[in-house]
Design a protein around this ligand. Structure first.
Ligand code: IVH
Length: 682
């Protein structure tokens, strides 16, 4: 720091410091590429603060020192927007986007239109006025024509430039008064941290990043705003309420070059079709963004065409918000049937009047078990709210209205497939068919045996297995290896070629590893990882079959339940018979090579789980065992290190805490999906 008694040009030094700090802010907050250490940055800031304190006559509103937030205010002053901040019309399907495009072309009387697609950031819109490149005033949207003056709070947003004069590469002329519009957002991380802090201080938490951003922007104390790490993404530039540039795309690039943060996920194209493709790619990618988005905004690129199209009182005709179809929908439960899983678990299932949910047609939803039906108060004929997210099996959230001719689901006493009396074990919510020869169980067992991570028999799908079992061609897993070409060709939709292929694939599965075979046998609680561990520790099916309970329990990662289940499996005469037949069929029972674990592909590997509440179809122990077998870890309490909270009924404080931390929360269906098992295979 230059000594004060030295005749330095203080004004020049202050200007240099401001410029240097601005540049560092830009690199850090906009580009995310810091060039100096925190210590170096702090030293510059301290020097500037000191000089400004000593020379109040040199103070400036666009100095970086102004970003820390001044004194609290009494309230916000209202101010008129130079031109209305309109809303956007929505499109909820690809068809509605095409309709938008058609309307645009008709009204603008052009054959093809250039469009720009941007992400629709889920935050709060803010208009910022600059005069001769210096930030003057920031307003909330308010009712669209009048907003609240939140200038002091906006100053604390580090990615919002406070002065723009000398940015190289900007083709914009910032002289006079210009208005930038954009979105204030809080990234997920900052949101989680904020809520965690608030929870620690027993303050109410925010429901989502959007509410947190809104709350942070509209507090009277700018120091609070400063502490919240808000971000600003610019998406429009106006002079006297009109676009400055001829193309929206050029505006975005110019804003970026001027030092604003502009969302990089944008596309310019001719015609609407490329945007439909762009839009379709986002639902699965959106969770990987640091920010939440609630759709896409499609805008006409040419501002001349925009002007021609103009606006309604509510929204411009040249732009539209595209929202992905809702993940929830209402429909009628037409019937309830049950599925019989591989282990005999009986899962009731709602048969729905087909409905579009999240872009797919849903006609079935899991009901988990009888208790769940009681909890929902559900009867056949009721209208329900159904939800699906990602690939998770759709589920019924609640009854919306009771049907006029509703009738209760009759609890089953006997297996609907083989008629065996169903058993409900103590502490279990699920009834099971205990008939090991039940055709329904056999079908599920075959599908599991043939699945990709087990014996990987390509082409052996549900429709075929159904026919194998129903026509009596296959009565056990070993029966697969006795199938003949003519038998296959006699089946529906099986030609010579596909029969040959299937037989070849079945034959090839004979040489699968011992670990895959153990997994494919479907021993209770033995997931892919446990199967690998068992194959490694015992080397062959025979040695595994001879292991005692104690020997099994000595194996790393094998708990008492798993050990008992393995023992029970090998003890059952039926399974002895099965193994003899599989050996006869030439399957690999002993590994020639020393075994190496195949890397687990599961989504659970290395992830930490916490269990809470009562799950409909699994006890806490069972869920824990399944998670561990798939490579997941269990923890007792929720923290920042938790990856997933598995929450059932009556989940209490752990659920609240997980929500506050923004952790992934799974119900049983979600867990099963992650585990790669269907709900019915229990
Ligand atoms: S353009 C007249 N672009 O969505 C055009 N808006 O539902 C108005 N939003 O109030 C806005 N990201 O807060 C535009 N890339 C984006 C946006 C965006 C988020 C918000 C904005 C607006 C709301 C309209």
């Amino acid at each position: 720091m230059p000594p004060n008694d030295f005749p330095v040009d203080t004004r020049a030094r202050i200007e240099t410091l401001r410029e240097t700090i601005r540049e560092h802010d830009y690199r850090y907050y906009v580009l995310d590429q810091p060039e100096v250490s925190d210590a170096e940055y702090d030293a510059l800031m301290r020097e500037l603060q000191q000089l400004e304190a000593e020379h109040p006559e040199l103070a400036s509103v666009d100095s970086p020192t102004q970003r820390v937030g001044g004194a609290p205010r009494e309230g916000f002053v209202k101010a008129q927007h130079p031109s209305s901040m309109l809303s956007l019309d929505n499109a909820f399907s690809e068809q509605e986007l095409r309709d938008f495009d058609r309307r645009v072309r008709e009204r603008a009387e052009v054959d093809a239109v250039d469009y720009v697609g941007e992400l629709k950031l889920d935050g709060i819109s803010m208009s910022v006025q600059f005069t001769d490149g210096v930030m003057q005033r920031a307003l909330t949207r308010g009712d669209g024509s009048t907003g609240e003056d939140i200038t002091e709070n906006a100053r604390t947003i580090r990615s919002l430039p406070l002065s723009l004069n000398e940015k190289a590469g900007a083709e914009l002329d910032w002289s006079g008064t210009l208005e930038v519009r954009g979105e204030v957002v809080l990234n997920r991380r900052s949101f989680e941290k904020l809520n965690a802090d608030r929870m620690r201080e027993s303050q109410p938490t925010f429901a989502n990043p959007r509410n947190a951003a809104a709350g942070s922007l509209r507090v009277l104390d700018p120091k609070i705003t400063a502490s919240r790490r808000l971000d600003y993404f610019a998406y429009a530039l106006l002079r006297d309420g009109r676009p400055v540039m001829e193309r929206h795309w050029a505006t975005l690039n110019a804003l970026e070059a001027s030092g604003f943060k502009v969302n990089p996920n944008r596309l310019r194209c001719s015609g609407i079709e490329p945007l439909i493709e762009f839009a379709a790619s986002w639902p699965e990618k959106r969770d990987s963004l640091a920010y939440e988005i609630d759709g896409l905004v499609v805008k006409v690129d040419s501002t001349a065409v925009q002007a021609k199209l103009a606006s309604t009182a509510r929204a411009p005709r040249w732009a539209i918000a595209y929202k992905w179809a809702a993940e929830q929908a209402e429909t009628v439960v037409e019937d309830i049937d049950v599925q019989v899983g591989r282990t005999g678990a009986i899962t009731p299932r709602a048969l729905l009047k087909p409905v579009q949910v999240g872009g797919v047609t849903v006609s079935r939803a899991t009901l988990h078990n009888e208790d769940e039906i009681a909890r929902l108060g559900l009867q056949i004929g009721d209208t329900v709210l159904v939800e699906r997210s990602g690939d998770v099996i759709p589920k019924v959230l609640r009854v919306v209205t009771q049907g006029k001719d509703r009738r209760p689901f009759m609890i089953l006493e006997n297996c609907p497939v083989c008629g065996t009396h169903l058993v409900r074990e103590e502490g279990e919510a699920i009834r099971r068919c205990v008939n090991a020869n039940c055709p329904a169980r056999l079908k599920e067992s075959i599908l599991h045996f043939a699945s990709r991570r087990a014996m990987n028999i390509d082409g052996l799908g549900e429709a075929l297995v159904e026919q194998f079992v129903d026509k009596g061609l296959v009565d056990s897993l070993a029966g697969l290896y006795r199938l003949q070409q003519e038998q296959l060709e006699s089946l529906e939709r099986v030609g010579k070629k596909s029969a040959e292929n299937l037989l070849r694939n079945i034959a090839a599965s004979r040489s699968r590893t011992v670990a895959r075979l153990i997994y494919g046998l479907g021993i209770r609680f033995v997931g892919e990882r446990t199967a690998q561990v068992l194959a490694q520790s015992h080397g062959s099916i025979d040695e595994l079959g001879e292991a005692t309970l104690d020997e099994l329990r000595e194996v790393d990662d094998v708990g008492p339940r798993v050990a008992q289940a393995v023992l029970d499996f090998f003890d059952a005469p039926k399974n002895q018979q099965l193994l003899a037949e599989l050996r006869e069929a030439g399957l690999t029972f002993r590994e020639d090579q020393p075994l190496k674990a195949e890397p687990l592909e599961t989504a659970l590997a290395g992830k930490t789980f916490v269990l809470t509440g009562t799950l409909p179809g699994l006890t806490r122990d069972e869920a824990g065992a399944l998670i561990e077998q798939a490579g997941g870890k269990l923890a007792g309490s929720v923290s920042n290190k938790t990856d997933y909270l598995v929450a059932g009924d009556k989940a209490g404080s752990k659920l609240d805490k997980a929500r506050a931390l923004g952790l992934a929360i799974l119900d049983e269906a979600g867990l099963r999906e992650l585990l790669g098992t269907a709900a019915a295979t229990g």
